[in-house]
Design a protein around this ligand. Structure first.
Ligand SMILES: [Zn+2]
Length: 422
C-alpha cells in the first residue's frame, strides 16, 4: 500500500496516459492493481515537474505606482522611479511583498525561483530581507538570489564593494548590467569583474546583458569569451540579450556559435520586453527580443523568465510562467506544433538546467514534486492559461485549485462550458 496514485496522467512530451505512484515523498511505479491510501483520477490532465522561474525581480514586486507611476512606461523611466522607491525600502516591506508573490507563484506550480536583487543600496536592505526569507521557505519554494547592480558596478559609487559584500551576505549568483555602464570599456570590465567574482567563490553568473535595441551593444560576446576562458560552461546565464534582434546576421551567426561553444543559458523575458523594447522606433516597431529560434537550432538552452510582477517596468502579471509563455507564442512566433510543447520545456526543464537543479524531473525514485494542469495537452494549457489543480512538493499537496465552472443558457437550456474540444 503506497501513499498516493495519480491515475491517467498525461506527462509532458508524451501522448499516452500513465499512472504515477507516490510513496514517502518519492515517485514510485504504479500498475493497474497497485493500492494506495489515496487515488486521484486525473482523467488525462497534463502533468509536469515543478515550474521553474529563472528570472524575476522579487525585491520590486507590487511596487507599481510607488512613489509615482511610470507615465511613459519606458525602461528608463522605470529605472528612475525604482531608484526613488529604493529609498523607502525596509526589511519588513520587502519580506511582506515577496512572501505574497511567492504564494502566487506556488499556486501556479513554481517551486524554484531565481530572483535578481538590486544591490545598489549601501545598506543592502532587500538582499538581507531575501537571504532570511530564502532560509524560511526552503523546501517549499527554493530561492536563488542574484546580486544585481541595477545602477551599474563601475558606474555606481562603491559598486564593486557592494557586489563583494552581497556575495559575503550569501548571494548565490553574481549579476551585472554592462549596457548600463558609462562606457563600452566599463561594460566589458563589469562583465570581467562579475565573472571573476563568481569564479573566485564557486558561484553562478546571471547577467542582464544587452537589454537595449542598440545593435552596438555587444557584451554577450564578452560573457561567452570569459566563460570559455574560465571553464565555467553550464554555470553562466545571459538574460534579455534583446539587442541580438538588431545585430546583422553575419555577426549574429558568429556570436551564436560562440554562445553554444561557451554553454551559456539564455533567458528571454517576453512580458517586460514586449512593452519595453522598440520604444525609440517610430515604425515599424521592432519586437526587440533575443534570437530564440536560431539559438535553439544551435543547441542553446533558452528559457522563459517572468521578470516583473506589478513593478515600475511592468504593471501587470501574477507570477505565472504560463502567462509569459503564452505571450512568447505570439511575440516569438512559436505557434508551430512542436514549438507549443517546447514552450513548456522553457518553463520547466530548461530553467532547471540554468539554475543547476540536481535531481529535477519526474522519474521513479525521484522527488514527488509535480504540477497538474487543468488541461489535456501543452497547447491547451497555454491556450487556457490553465489552472494548476494540484501541486505536490515531496509528495505533499502544497497548492490546489478549483477551476471556475461556466454555464450558459443556450436556446433555453442551461449547459456547462469547459472551453475544451471534446
Ligand atoms: Zn530583469
Amino acid at each position: 500500500m503506497i501513499d498516493l496514485i495519480l491515475r491517467n496522467a498525461r506527462l509532458a512530451g508524451r501522448d499516452d496516459l500513465t499512472d504515477l505512484g507516490v510513496d514517502d515523498g518519492v515517485i514510485v511505479s504504479a500498475g493497474p492493481d497497485s493500492a494506495a491510501s489515496e487515488v486521484i483520477d486525473l482523467d488525462g490532465r497534463l502533468v509536469t515537474p515543478p515550474l521553474v522561474e529563472p528570472h524575476i525581480h522579487l525585491d520590486a514586486v507590487l511596487t507599481v505606482g510607488q512613489p509615482r507611476p511610470n507615465v511613459s512606461g519606458s525602461l528608463f523611466e522605470g529605472i528612475a522611479v525604482w531608484a526613488e522607491r529604493v529609498a523607502d525600502l525596509t526589511y519588513e516591506d520587502v519580506q511582506a511583498r515577496v512572501a505574497q508573490v511567492l504564494r502566487w507563484q506556488l499556486a501556479c506550480g513554481v517551486q524554484h525561483v531565481r530572483s535578481h536583487v538590486d544591490v545598489c543600496d549601501p545598506q543592502l536592505r532587500a538582499l538581507r530581507a531575501l537571504v532570511d526569507l530564502r532560509a524560511e521557505v526552503r523546501g517549499l519554494v527554493d530561492l536563488q538570489l542574484v546580486a544585481f547592480p541595477q545602477q551599474g558596478i563601475l558606474g555606481f559609487e562603491g559598486g564593486r564593494e557592494l557586489m563583494r559584500e552581497a556575495v559575503r551576505l550569501g548571494a548565490d549568483v553574481v549579476g551585472g548590467i554592462p549596457h548600463y555602464e558609462l562606457t563600452r570599456e566599463d561594460g566589458v570590465e563589469s562583465v570581467k569583474f562579475a565573472m571573476a567574482l563568481a569564479d573566485e567563490h564557486g558561484l553562478r553568473v546571471d547577467i542582464h546583458c544587452d537589454e537595449t535595441d542598440d545593435d552596438h551593444s555587444r557584451f554577450v560576446e564578452v560573457m561567452a569569451a570569459e566563460t570559455i576562458r574560465r571553464g565555467m560552461s553550464g554555470r553562466v546565464t545571459a538574460s534579455h540579450t534583446t539587442a541580438m534582434h538588431s545585430y546583422n546576421s553575419a555577426y549574429a551567426y558568429r556570436l551564436i556559435r560562440n554562445i553554444a561553444r561557451a554553454g551559456l543559458h539564455m533567458v528571454t523575458n517576453p512580458l517586460d520586453n514586449s512593452v519595453l523594447q522598440g520604444r525609440f522606433d517610430t515604425g515599424p516597431i521592432r519586437r526587440g527580443h533575443t534570437r530564440i529560434k536560431q539559438l535553439r537550432e544551435a543547441g542553446v538552452n533558452v528559457c522563459i523568465g517572468h521578470d516583473s510582477v506589478m513593478d515600475p517596468w511592468y504593471p501587470l502579471g501574477y507570477g505565472d510562467p504560463l502567462q509569459a509563455a503564452f505571450v512568447l507564442v505570439h511575440y516569438g512566433q512559436m505557434s508551430g506544433d512542436a514549438e507549443l510543447r517546447r514552450l513548456i520545456d522553457m518553463i520547466t526543464v530548461g530553467p532547471a538546467a540554468a539554475l543547476g537543479l540536481d535531481g529535477y524531473g519526474l522519474r521513479d525514485g525521484g522527488p514527488a514534486d509535480l504540477v497538474v494542469f487543468d488541461a489535456p495537452s501543452e497547447a491547451d494549457a497555454l491556450r487556457l492559461i490553465a489552472p494548476r489543480t494540484l501541486v505536490l512538493r515531496g509528495g505533499k499537496v502544497v497548492a490546489r485549485a478549483t477551476p471556475a465552472q461556466h454555464t450558459v443558457t443556450w436556446l433555453g437550456t442551461q449547459e456547462p462550458v469547459t472551453f475544451l474540444r471534446r
